[in-house]
Design a protein around this ligand. Sequence first.
Ligand code: ME8
Length: 520
Amino acid sequence: MSKPPFYVTTPIYYVNAEPHLGTAYTTIAADAVARYRRMTGHDVRFLTGLDEHGQKIAQAAEEHGVSPQEWVDSIAPTFTSAWEMLGITYDDFIRTTEDRHKRGVQAFWQKLHDDGHLYQGNYEGWYCVPDETYWTEDQLEEPGVCPQCGREVKFIREDNWFFKLSEFQQPLLDFYAANPEFVQPETRRNEVVSFVQGGLKDLSISRTTFSWGVPIPFAEGHVTYVWIDALLNYITALGYGSDDPADQERFARYWPADIHFVGKDIIRFHCVIWPAMLMAAGIEPPKSVFAHGFLLTKGEKMSKSKGNAQTPASLVERFGVDAYRYYFLRDVSFGHDGSISIEGMVQRYNGDLANDWGNLCSRLFNMTEKYLDGAAPAAPDLTAEADDDATMRAIAGKLPETYEDHMRRLDYSAALESAWELIKFANRYIENSAPWTLAKEGDTVRLAAVLYNALEAVRISALFTAPVMPNTSAEVWRRLGLGDITAVTDVCAAAEWGGLPEGSRVTKGDALFPRMYDEV
Ligand code: ME8
């Protein structure tokens, strides 16, 4: 049976500065889903990349005394190496300065022009360069200040090309009504619907006062407005606009996208402008856009411009990559704003990872070496099972479905909590069954049964922590003498009780999460 396709994307990030905790957050969330969907047998295509055009990037280059191309080429590797450090398993990385992208953008313009969705006009109004966003006079809450980011807006007057966005008000409202899961979470959906109900203005889609962008094929001197350029990455990366049959096949296979991950700051671009652009070109809109909240430090949005950002590298160095990924997805409820702090990170690390997960693995692997010479025992006779054994099997048995349910809603915290139910129970199970006493009393049958059951709980827990903590899960499987966990493509079958083969070599190894004593 052929695998169902699953296309997931992150925003393409601006290269005006290096990756930070916010951009890493979205990327890790998308990666966890991509990894999980590979484990549920999907043919995953995971795209991320860089937004390299526009005034903001041209200005950053100028400030650094280099050409825009030199500038973007110097920043791009900081993203690819950060994603490598964070274990991001993207299948494609698009840069908007690539030819494949420019070709797609130009094909898109030609199509919209031919079909009468564009016209020439004059734009007069305000522009926020850091957000690359147009604002009308009445949208400004304070004169001269961007209502979104609080930075200075500039007045611009240009001859531009316009997209007839206003004509898509009703089609968009009909589309939202017919596809209730398009904008997620629910609160964001209401925000988008009421924005569109308020009326849509035509959108200026070209700029003439600078040249760092994709030229509009039928309008000399005009380059594409950077947001339109950027949104198109989701289809140009698949091959939109190419005559090559391999590109066309890829596009037909993966489009429409299953999930566009975005922050709540860019929801209108993704939920209003983007589906309208696609409708105009006769392309199906994506299946869903999930807008998550902001990471806050000390109550403020954490951002590169405010300078209150820790770097991903500094935190990875201190906590390790898996603990980093775990903290953000476990502690911040996905879809809501969330405060992050070093104190919180240390607490999660010591509590959930060192005490619960790490400790469970260490003591169990130790006991297996000590009492059973490191060989996994045979699966015990179920007819002789104790109450605790049955309870643990039941918790493990419902985990695949509960986890799937949470992951479908992108509720990472709840998904991880469901895995933790098993981890915590397994710790209690060991306490209650006291293998050390069984060993002392020479009850080898019960000792083997208890260790087998606890090892099974660990094997299964590793499956469901793998999307978020891939390195630890791979290591746990290695220590259980099992194969490569990333090769699992049917997590439900793999999670069936009794999968640990008798005689599997179990090794203890070092602590997975050594306890941290420097609390802050
Ligand atoms: O907007 N908390 O790029 P960008 C959580 N190039 N997420 C955050 C965050 C925070 N404090 N700060 C940033 C752009 N993010 C455009 C996108 S897509 C076609 C073009 C994340 O570099 C979040 O995902 O400013 C947000 O939407 C994105 O970074 C903005 O990245």
